[in-house]
Design a protein around this ligand. Structure first.
Ligand code: BGC
Length: 757
């Protein structure tokens, strides 16, 4: 696969402007700060094809559902993350002609995302129709230091003339969603105000009534000298602007510094959002661009100290892993309990900015190993805070007695996805939410969440499973009928092995926790529940291929025509774009890890031969048409020493969006699968596990790398790991002794002590 952007260890770079690549680039160069984010749309007008996107975490609209046949139990709406006020806007005019790169074709166009510092830069030269030439540079960031602030430095230099240029910094709330089901406009205006060199606009979502106040202030400079200007102030509904003409002298740089604050009722009261935005932007203006920038860069520096992965010897892999880590932290910082991680983060509209099982299954382990435990705990609390809604959701489907079914897709705890085979049947998501609690405890050693809150969630999930199983007289086992496993290329199957397995595990885990904590905390299960659940876990049906170690994905799996991905003609791949749904459903092809997802979660329940046999059975049938799939395969392939396969799939996941493998990065990036990439490296290649016996490391290294190093947090202690072709070095960089197993040998490492193995 060829690299679509220049390869560099810390930067993503684009030389030359290609309008056909613009929407892909808008996704790749997106910036955010965990609270709001922005696609790399241009500040100035751009009349070419573009996906305008400015998103505020947690602000959504319940777009009316569009389905063919309505089914009882369907949610009324599909939540949309909203394209909200465009705060980047700065128009430039020369002799009445707008700067627009779709009209004046730029020269020396250069775009750069500095991932170390979180800064987006763009530079180019243009010639207007009268022959006047400008050099333009823009630099912007969404502050990681103050997550309600952004700043832009927009510099214009006349190259061959002295003359007037018009500047129009503005805020525009009249923005639409491309994916609106009924072409609805989702916003109402609350208020706006414009004044000299400042203004604000507050808009409110229809129905959900989220208000977003966006305030701006700006200053204008000639080189280093602050200029006094007398702009015209102009406003109309959903829009405020200042405009002014200034006489520019050839060869001098004129700099417009625009400060913006974005404050929403997701985090503040309705009455406070406007004053807060105004105060923030005033403070930002007073501090100045350089001070804000350096605070922002320091915040990134701190994050990178914990989360960076260094790879020497393969620059494309180095860039790929940093790109993934960078976007994950731009999307979620764990500072706010209301927020979560949408599969596209702040880079596109698809998947509605909503929460999926992706968070617990893929993202949580990343935050557990790279950030303070509070960050991962916020993700657990998010689900705890939605427990009542999950119980209501289950009640709507006929479950009772406090059984909870967490939604497949949600913004506020309510289900907002409506395809019956997923909404009602892809119930395995409940398992990942329970597994996340277990994962949190084993990583951090902190059982305080589990004792009270965690158990409530676990028990409600277990109640759901207990009611969802039914006794099969024919099999003399408990079975789960009518489900969809992680592999969405099968719907409405019976006894999906993964779902049955994780369901049984959830019930057992709930029982174990009751056993451990009922005395010290408080009993949460009745005696009758304990008896019934214990009986059930002993008799759950788990389909298996007789005479082998292979777990069958579902009942009847062997009736399918047995083929492998190698049998699919290249022209028919990806099958989801070439085959009818009917053909896909009947085929053996697997969208994403399913049985293997279970072996990944519960690796310590199985021996190496079982993992190997299942991997060899399922991998050749898997088309990886979900971006969440390759990472699980990398971890298992590395475990069973298939390093070539592991590396091949690792490359596919780590540069999925950068090189646009799926040809859809124009719609936004695969943020949640970026966590999967990180898992592929840390759990896959480096073989890091947090198991019953503590931290274990079984490192391997791809042939083309010289060395790689990173840090993980285990029980809040940093452990630094470096791997090359001859040895692995492990340093306990924390302040308490740690037991660590490296390549099967157990060590106790004192603080600051390292071992070389
Ligand atoms: C995958 C799901 C995933 C969703 C959002 C789908 O294509 O099959 O497992 O939750 O995308 O990432």
């Amino acid at each position: 696969m060829r690299n679509l952007f220049e390869v560099d260890a810390w930067k993503i770079m684009e030389h030359g402007f290609d309008p056909a690549k613009q929407q892909h680039a808008e996704s790749i160069f997106s910036i955010g700060n965990g609270v709001f984010g922005q696609r790399a749309n241009f500040e100035e007008t751009y009349s070419g094809a573009s996906l305008q996107g400015s998103y505020v975490g947690g602000v959504y609209y319940p777009d009316k559902t569009r389905v063919g046949w309505w089914k009882n139990g369907y949610p009324e709406y599909f939540a949309k993350v909203l394209n909200s006020c465009n705060w980047i806007g700065i128009n430039i005019e020369v002799d009445g002609e707008l700067l627009d790169l779709n009209v004046q074709k730029p020269r020396a166009f250069y775009r750069e995302l500095d991932m170390q510092k979180g800064i987006l830069t763009r530079r180019f030269k243009v010639k207007f129709s009268q022959g006047k030439e400008l050099q333009v540079e823009s630099l912007r960031f969404c502050s990681m230091d103050n997550d309600e602030i952004a700043a832009i430095k927009f510099t214009v230099t006349p190259l061959n003339f002295d003359g007037n240029v018009k500047f129009t910094p503005y805020l525009d709330g009249k923005v639409h969603n491309h994916d609106s089901n009924y072409d609805e406009f989702f916003w109402e205006e609350d208020s706006h105000k414009v004044d000299v060199q400042k203004g604000y606009l507050c808009t409110t979502t229809k129905k959900t009534k989220f208000s977003v106040a966006t305030a701006m202030r700006f200053s204008f400079w000639k080189n280093e000298e602050l200029l006094t200007i007398h702009p015209n102030c102009h406003a109309r509904a959903f829009y405020v602007e200042n405009n002014f003409e200034h006489f520019l002298e050839q060869g001098n740089s004129y700099v417009l510094k625009k400060y913006v604050s974005v404050v929403s009722t997701v985090h503040h009261s309705e009455t406070s959002v406007i004053p807060r935005a105004i105060n923030h932007v005033r403070d930002a203006y007073t501090s100045g661009f350089d001070v804000l920038r350096s605070a922002h860069e320091s915040a990134w520096k701190k994050l990178w100290e914990k989360a960076d992965v260094v790879i020497e010897g393969d620059i494309a892999s180095q860039q790929g892993i940093r790109f993934n880590i960078f976007h994950l932290y731009q999307t979620y910082t764990g500072k706010h309990a209301q927020l979560n991680i949408g599969p596209k983060g702040f880079t596109g509209e698809k998947y509605g900015g909503a929460t999926y099982w992706d968070t617990e299954a893929y993202c949580l382990p990343f935050y557990l190993k790279t950030a303070d435990p509070e960050v991962a705990k916020q993700l657990l609390l998010y689900r705890y805070n939605h427990l009542d809604r999950a119980i209501e959701n289950a009640e709507k489907l006929g479950f009772k007695n406090g059984a909870a079914l967490y939604p497949m897709v949600t913004m506020n705890g309510e289900e907002c996805h409506n395809e019956w085979e997923i909404t009602f049947e892809e119930i395995h998501r409940n398992g990942a939410i329970a597994f996340a609690i277990y994962n949190y405890v084993r990583h951090t050693g902190d059982a305080s969440y589990l004792m009270e809150k965690g158990r409530k969630v676990l028990n409600a999930i277990a109640r759901f499973w207990v009611q969802r199983f039914n006794w099969s007289k024919a099999k003399e086992k408990y079975v789960l009928l009518g489900v969809t496993g992680p592999n969405e290329y099968e719907n409405n199957v019976n006894n999906n092995w993964y779902t049955n397995y994780i369901a049984r595990w959830c019930i057992q885990y709930a029982l174990d926790c009751e056993n451990s904590y009922a005395a010290s905390s408080k009993a949460q299960l009745s005696r009758q529940e304990i008896e019934q659940w214990t009986k059930l876990v002993d008799a759950v049906y788990l389909p298996k291929l007789e005479g082998t170690r292979i777990f069958l994905q579902q009942d009847g799996f062997m009736d399918k025509e047995q083929r492998t991905v190698a049998d699919i003609p290249a022209a028919e791949s990806p099958i989801n774009q070439h085959w009818s749904w009917d053909r896909i459903l009947r085929s053996i092809f697997i969208k994403q890890a399913d049985v293997l997802q279970g072996l990944y979660f519960f690796e310590d329940h199985f021996d190496a031969l079982t993992i190997q046999e299942n991997f060899d059975f399922y991998e050749p049938k898997t088309v990886h048409e979900s971006s969440l799939s390759p990472c699980v395969h990398v971890v298992l392939a590395a475990l069973i020493d298939r390093m070539d396969k592991a590396y091949e799939l690792y490359l596919r996941t780590s540069r999925l969006d950068l090189d646009d493998y799926n040809r859809e990065a124009n719609e936004g990036l695969h943020i949640t699968s970026m966590a999967g990439t990180w898992l592929s490296l840390v759990e896959g290649l480096a073989g890091v596990r947090i198991g019953q016996n503590g931290l274990t490391i079984n490192p391997k290294i791809p042939k083309s790398w010289n060395v790689y190093r990173f840090q993980v947090l285990y029980k809040s202690q940093p452990v630094r790991i470096e791997v090359n072709h001859h040895k692995a070095s492990i340093l306990n960089a924390g302040n308490v002794p740690l037991k660590i197993s490296v390549k099967g040998k157990m060590y106790t490492l004192e603080p600051n002590e390292s071992i070389i193995s």
